[in-house]
Design a protein around this ligand. Sequence first.
Ligand SMILES: Nc1ncnc2c1ncn2[C@@H]1O[C@H](COP(=O)(O)OP(=O)(O)OP(=O)(O)O)[C@@H](O)[C@H]1O
Length: 872
Amino acid sequence: MGSSGGIQIPNRLPLLLSHEGVLLPGSTVRFSVDSPRNMQLVSQRLLKGTSLKSTIIGVIPNTRDPGQDIDDLPALHKYAPSAAVALKLLQVTSYFHSPHLFLVINLAIIPCIQIGTAGVAVQVVGSNWPKPHYTLLITGLCRFSVTSLLKERPFVLAEVEQLDKLEQYMTPSTHSVSAEDGELGELSQRFYQAAVQLLGMLDMSVPVVAKFRRLLDSLPRETLPDVVASMIRTSNKEKLQVLDAVSLEERFKKALPLLNKQIEGLKLLQKTRKINPDNEKRVTDISYIFLQPLFPGRQFNLEDEDEDEDGDDTASLERKVHNANMPDAALKVCRKELKRLKKMPQSMPEYALTRNYLDLMVELPWSKSTKDCLDIRAARTLLDNDHYAMDKLKKRVVEYLAVRQLKTSLKGPILCFVGPPGVGKTSVGRSVARTLGREFHRIALGGVCDQSDIRGHRRTYVGSMPGRIINGLKTVGVNNPVFLLDEVDKLGKSLQGDPAAALLEVLDPEQNHSFTDHYLNVAFDLSQVLFIATANTTATIPPALLDRMEVLQVPGYTQEEKVEIAHRHLIPNQLEQHGLTPQQLHIPQDTTQAIISSYTREAGVRSLERKIGAICRAVAVKVAEGQRLDFKGLAHVDKAAPPEMPIVIDHIALKDILGQPLFELEVSERLTLPGVALGLAWTPLGGEIMFVEASRTEGEGQLTLTGQLGDVMKESAHLAISWLRANAKTYQITNSSDPLEGTDIHLHFPAGAVTKDGPSAGVTIVTCLASLFSGRLVRSDVAMTGEITLRGLVLPVGGIKDKVLAAHRAGVRRVILPKRNEKDLEELPANVRADLDFVMAANLDEVLNASIDGGFPGPSGSLTHSQLTSKL
Ligand SMILES: Nc1ncnc2c1ncn2[C@@H]1O[C@H](COP(=O)(O)OP(=O)(O)OP(=O)(O)O)[C@@H](O)[C@H]1O
């Protein structure tokens, strides 16, 4: 039913399926768009189109939230006209002199028509926070009905029929409905008078009342029901009724009671005001309550439409600002923003930004904190109960807590736990929070490469948001939580700045009492927050950041410690997580040992925990099957009887559940030829054993190195060759003076895909080459580490504890270490020290002597057997 003379909307319209407010012709509403179809409509139609026509879209109200239903098109809002209304529709069509009369008649006699409002998108604002969405400001033009759906993807496109005539909106003050129109004229007159009466009861100085007055005088009467219904405080349900009133008469009939309801309500309030003269001030408040424009972004909910007394949400925000107990500087900023907010129309995009900002400001725990309940003895017990071993770490943590108890305003230091994965760094951090009775929040820093992740974005950016520190504070709701900065060694760097630099201010006790997040733009006091950092290695932590932290090394566990941890913590935890009891599953100690040595190769216990989990799952199936059989009394039938409890996991059951052993003790098997030696390496994942293999072929004295070696390691290989060349005769390695004469050497470091570097393989390369040239075997139970010099000295290296533990895990019995690393042996657990035979070598002479089977002739030609205090 388009109008022949009036302005025509396009007969194909993209449809915005709204689950928020109802757009009525003549009103402007803000819609938040985040569902896939609506997002496509904005990006493909509104943002790409250049003509005015492309800004016209259809808004279908009352659609189920389309974000939840990606594949199927949600049912569109339908209006079922009664027979009388259908008849009226006929009148309307004649009123509009429509050439498409038949179509409307058809629509009127079919049970339902899909109805919506065509509107012009006057503004599109995009934001990425809290998730990608657009905010559209749409001004309603006229009603339309959907005649057919043309496509559903990427957005809904429909053929539509215009239901309202548009030209009257363009000719103000022509009171086109007059007394001659009979009932319609009378209705329009009554409506106008009611509106004037309402206005008379309101304070004209309030902008929205003045606007109402202006509109009432300037708009054509036919448009008044729509405009007034969208301005006064009506529920979405009521607005829908007005929208569904296709005939003008019905529209007046639907809107008039809404107007009268407001008048009655206002009369009632005026009565109460007379009783209580103190309320004089509330006149303007009352006006706002009654004449509130649509609140953008409000959820569409037909049931929950009772007017809440606290309709003025800036007033409630103001109350919250005053109750937030924020420092003066922050309060000043909030007051200023509130003032701006009050002056802003809600349709302005900045309104939402300012509101979000103020919401965050009032939610931040400016002066909310928990009370520390620190009892050092209890703290020590709790740490001991939660974690086995790691004595050094626990001792330092208790010291730290003790100092905190004595001096509550302790500034720093920030503890940083460094160690391989799965050794309990995060879990100790959690325990510290528990012992202090504080809130715990983990901030994962791995891969963070934008400094605004830490410090937030400035509010001028679209989609700006606060950084992780402020977000964390908002989440925990107190200003003295324990923040665990996980994986500080994995911070990245990018064009967006260096997050490590931003962390400097956070972690510096001298500065962090006035930490300024870019989004907040006011200082927040972080001095009460207890920061604990974790890392796998200190090598990649920027020096300035490392300098602010006290590094506590958390080394890997020995086999025995792992067995204890498994029986004290991991097995009980896993049993509980799988709904099992110790009466149902028993894992003996030697099975745990077998899991550790044959199915895991790690410094921590994470993989061990997973394997125990796998056993629990397998047993849970058996237990559940048994219960079912018991329950049905079918045990006697042809099925297996329920297993005897507890189910004990022996070596056979272990193989059944976990499969073939993943790791064998391969050391002795691989050291069966001359030219193979076993080195020890340190990686951020803990210590590891590393084979070095050498072979020689006829050639011109070339050295080939393979296995992804770094520059330092390559240099070590060249050093080793040079030393051997210089000393070949002295050590009687070869008959000729130069061992490389007519020979090519190939040195290979297996696990070829893994990059290796560092100087500590020097002694291993020399041993390997000496074995190759002399044709003598390296002892199958020896592993070694140490840097070499050209003169054959052995220099100290790092990571001794992790390296020795790796050797112990691999079943090695003798470890050759640089003499100057002797002090590091104190850190080793007693049982490891007792199991291993340590040779502390000052020069290569001693290394070769201790590593080659049967000793090696020294420069004097004698065998120095004094070193061989072997226990083998
Ligand atoms: N000494 C221990 N006593 C009891 N449980 C432990 C111990 N060490 C580790 N665990 C357990 O091992 C699991 C892994 O520990 P956690 O996640 O704390 O390791 P992590 O060192 O932080 O590792 P990552 O560096 O990968 O973050 C946890 O379930 C933890 O309870």
